[in-house]
Design a protein around this ligand. Structure first.
Ligand SMILES: [Cu+2]
Length: 327
């Protein structure tokens, strides 16, 4: 078996969320993949928003939350002033990084990544799909799938320059950030940013999923996992600025792709940890992901809320996980 049946937290994979690669040798040693470190350029800084930081109420105790994920309890957390990218890192930006450094992503080095089944051409399904996750068969192990060939051999990024880069592992995200002179946001910074100045709202824009019937983020509509009606305009990822920004001017903090955070994941570490600029547990086996993706649906996982949490191993990559950087 090539892929894990359970996540690092011992739960079943979230299904519409992200499966873990179970057979990849550890690549946590980033020195195996050195990238030059530079100061963040004026261009990079221009893509970021400076936030004042301060105290905010993190997490949720609401009935919609998943207590087993460690979404609660609600606690007053303080973050320092920081900057964060307005959008996910795009294919265009990631290409600049790869061209400048020759960096090879974990998916390229291992030779495969996870692709959602409806995005694989039916006629080529048997040829391309090497394995599926038993408890979540819509996740397909596709040899030759990586950031520049998101649906496997024969696919490309044509007209997707402004889409979020996907099939990037936590290691890949950190390598990019080292090159751009940035870093990944801590989980607390991510949630502070996602809330956009609102207090204890479910979504980055408020409590109503579709105010006045309007789609505010890219998630699943229809019968998961068989039919995505694409009622929000997209049945996969969408351009990073396709939906309106939140109160801080940040795009797609929920939906579109999961976003890597710097922290190790724990369902309960924060219950006893300091709330002053928290950076997560000192060690762990999987890294935090936040925000949900185009695959999230209320009937299945409902993790496109600002308080929702998930995680994956640092060398895992999927077609619905990307990142944005902080500084
Ligand atoms: Cu989900």
């Amino acid at each position: 078996m090539d892929v894990r049946e359970t996540s690092e937290t011992g739960q079943k994979p979230h299904g519409c969320c992200t499966p873990s690669a179970g057979d990849r040798p550890c690549t946590c040693d980033l020195s195996a993949n050195p990238v030059p470190r530079i100061e963040a350029s004026a261009e990079t800084l221009a893509r970021m928003v400076r936030l004042p930081g301060g105290r905010f109420l993190m997490g949720t105790d609401s009935e919609e939350g998943f207590p087993q994920d460690g979404e609660g309890p609600v606690r007053a957390v303080t973050v320092r002033p920081f900057s964060i990218d307005r959008t996910n890192v795009t294919n265009r930006l990631f290409r600049q990084f790869v061209e400048a450094t020759g960096y090879r992503t974990d998916a390229e080095r291992f030779g495969w990544s996870f692709v959602f089944w409806l995005h694989i051409p039916k006629a080529r399904f048997d040829e391309l799909v090497e394995d599926t996750v038993r408890s979540a068969p819509w996740w397909c192990k596709v040899r030759g799938a990586w950031w520049s060939a998101p649906e496997g051999p024969g696919s490309n990024l044509l007209r997707r320059d402004d889409y979020p880069v996907v099939h990037v592992s936590w290691n890949d995200a950190v390598a990019y950030a080292q090159w751009s002179g940035q870093r990944l946001p801590t989980e607390a910074e991510w949630e502070y940013a996602a809330r956009g100045g609102l207090e204890q709202k479910i979504y980055p824009w408020g409590d109503k999923l579709r105010p006045k019937g309007k789609h505010m983020c890219n998630i699943w509509q229809g019968d998961f996992p068989n039919h995505d009606t694409g009622d929000d305009g997209y049945a996969g990822t969408c351009p990073v600025e396709a939906f309106p920004p939140n109160g801080y001017g940040l795009y797609s903090m929920t939906g579109n792709t999961w976003e890597w955070c710097a922290d190790w994941f724990s369902a309960d570490f924060h219950r006893t940890a300091s709330c002053d600029n928290p950076t997560g547990p000192p060690s762990g086996t999987s890294r935090v992901t936040r925000g949900g993706s185009f695959l999230c649906h209320k009937s299945y996982c409902n993790r496109y809320r600002v308080a929702a949490r998930s995680s994956n191993t640092p060398d895992s990559s999927t077609s619905n996980t990307g990142f944005r950087c902080a500084l």
